[in-house]
Design a protein around this ligand. Structure first.
Ligand SMILES: [Zn+2]
Ligand SMILES: [Zn+2]
Length: 146
């Protein structure tokens, strides 16, 4: 990603749903052996978070407590639950506890990804307004001349 020029304001962080619906979420769940290499579509520390449906608190995905791994994949446990599976050490995390005391079950409703939005610099709208006004004045003068 290119760094924005220094004159533009810093991008605004927004968290949007990672999966649009139940089916997309279900398609992302792996079963059996998932391999140790990070793959596109993995959940990553810093890029993904879980939103508590109880208090709307955002719980960022944290590095693996066992090995510090930063890539996770959704995987079904032997008990049928969906868990975060660490790519590096294969440890599974099936309970995400929120500070409000809720254990947040993984679903398409709670998984979010970070997007950076570049805000429109305040000068841009004014500049376009001036250009539009100048065009209008030019047009009026042209009509008068004809
Ligand atoms: Zn909560
Ligand atoms: Zn790990």
């Amino acid at each position: 990603m290119d760094a924005p020029p220094s004159s533009s304001p810093p991008p605004v962080e927004q968290w949007v749903p990672l999966y649009e619906n139940e089916a997309e979420f279900a398609a992302a769940i792996r079963e059996g052996d998932v391999g140790r290499k990070p793959e596109p579509g993995d959940l990553e520390v810093g890029a993904h978070a879980i939103r508590c449906q109880q208090c709307q608190n955002l719980l960022p995905i944290e590095p693996c407590r066992h090995c510090g791994g930063r890539h996770f994949v959704l995987r079904r446990t032997a008990y049928g639950q969906v868990a975060l599976h660490c790519r590096a050490c294969t440890r599974m995390y099936d309970r995400t506890a929120c500070t409000c005391g809720t254990v947040v079950p993984l679903s398409h409703k709670v998984l979010t990804r970070k997007v950076l939005l570049q805000p429109v610099p305040p000068g841009t709208i004014l500049r376009w307004a001036i250009i539009a006004f100048a065009c209008l004045v030019g047009l009026v003068l042209l009509i008068k001349l004809l």
